[in-house]
Design a protein. Sequence first.
Length: 80
Amino acid sequence: MSDTQYLAAKTIDEAVQAHNQANGSARFLAGGTDLLVQIKSGIKKPNLVIDVKKIVELNNKLKKFQKMNLLLELQFLVLI
Ligand SMILES: Cc1cc2nc3c(=O)[nH]c(=O)nc-3n(C[C@H](O)[C@H](O)[C@H](O)COP(=O)(O)OP(=O)(O)OC[C@H]3O[C@@H](n4cnc5c(N)ncnc54)[C@H](O)[C@@H]3O)c2cc1C
């Protein structure tokens, strides 16, 4: 992984722009459970890894989605 660059994007725009500039040689890193395993085993060799975990906007959306999901699950439990 020594020739792979790492970028911790702070905004969605920054992540998308970096991805576009890399012309297909960049991969997003969300949790890393798949990507890191694939890089270590040589299946994927991205020139750039773009970490999206530090994007506040995405994290806030995820939190909202998780809350909605929890509410739906609670409603479902009340109904059954
Ligand atoms: C040991 C092991 C056990 C597992 N067990 C389970 C299980 O029990 N159930 C299950 O459902 N899955 C399981 N998985 C699969 C894995 O957890 C899922 O595929 C999970 O969705 C990976 O998420 P991640 O955030 O870690 O993705 P990453 O590893 O960060 O990325 C995976 C791929 O998605 C791309 N990607 C990431 N973010 C974006 C984005 N924003 N836009 C576009 N592309 C993106 C990456 O570039 C990469 O190609 C397992 C994997 C491993 C290695």
